[in-house]
Design a protein around this ligand. Structure first.
Ligand code: TMP
Length: 211
């Protein structure tokens, strides 16, 4: 396996992944390691182009299987072009979302089935899973109101889903976290942001020490 460390962050809308990734980046860079911060869907030019298609507000008629395949296609391109080369150089790669998002959003919340979506993604990733996944658990009502309050200008197709869909996303994450207890850590994203940063850093630094 490649020498780097692959860390992913997961969570529903407004859970605070972006803020935590920024603080992680600062700390990791101070440790003198090469750090690659990236996101899905996207993270490389071709993968970002696929993201545009998936999230476009005009594409509400997208078939759920098409959606799952496009996420997997975007993931494959990003992995091949950006993530695997960085891991091969020994970098720490921190990615905002990865396979778990597809298992949860497409597999569970959209109802395609976690196993079916895993099959597509196993093919797309050749089974390369993160070394550590931090799942930020938050009541979706709180997450969505955080987004509203922050005035984040852009609304994408998934933000337009009903609260019920976002509740299913939370249930799906809890199910997927229980399937991979050795890899996924569940963190309470409703608490004090300062303490959350420290907890995240503890898990990440412990993982870097053990690999
Ligand atoms: P973002 O808002 O975190 O950038 O993610 C864009 C949206 O895409 C978000 O609502 C979650 C969704 N998504 C999936 O449905 N499946 C996936 O595999 C990924 C990576 C994201």
């Amino acid at each position: 396996m490649a020498g780097g460390t692959f860390i992913t962050l997961e969570g529903g809308e407004g859970a605070g992944k972006t803020t935590l990734i920024r603080s992680l980046m600062d700390r990791l860079e101070k440790s003198g390691r090469e750090v690659v911060i990236t996101r899905e869907p996207g993270g490389s030019p071709i993968a970002e182009a696929i993201r545009e298609i998936i999230l476009h507000v005009d594409h509400t008629g997208m078939d759920p299987l098409t959606e799952a395949l496009l996420y997997a296609a975007s993931r494959r391109q990003h992995l091949a072009e950006r993530v695997l080369p960085a891991l091969a150089r020994g970098a720490v790669v921190v990615c905002d979302r990865f396979v778990d998002s597809s298992l949860v959003y497409q597999g569970y919340a959209r109802g395609l089935g976690i196993d079916a979506v895993w099959e597509i993604n196993r093919f797309a990733t050749e089974g390369r899973m993160p070394d550590l996944t931090l799942y930020l658990d938050l009541d979706p009502e709180v997450g969505l109101s955080r987004i509203e309050e922050s005035g984040r200008g852009k609304v994408d197709r998934l933000d337009l889903e009903s609260l019920d869909f976002h509740q299913r996303v939370r249930e799906g994450y809890r199910q997927v976290a229980a399937m991979f207890p050795e890899r996924i850590v569940t963190l309470d994203a409703a608490g004090d942001p300062g303490s959350l940063k420290e907890i995240v850093w503890k898990y990440v630094s412990d993982k870097l020490d053990t690999l």
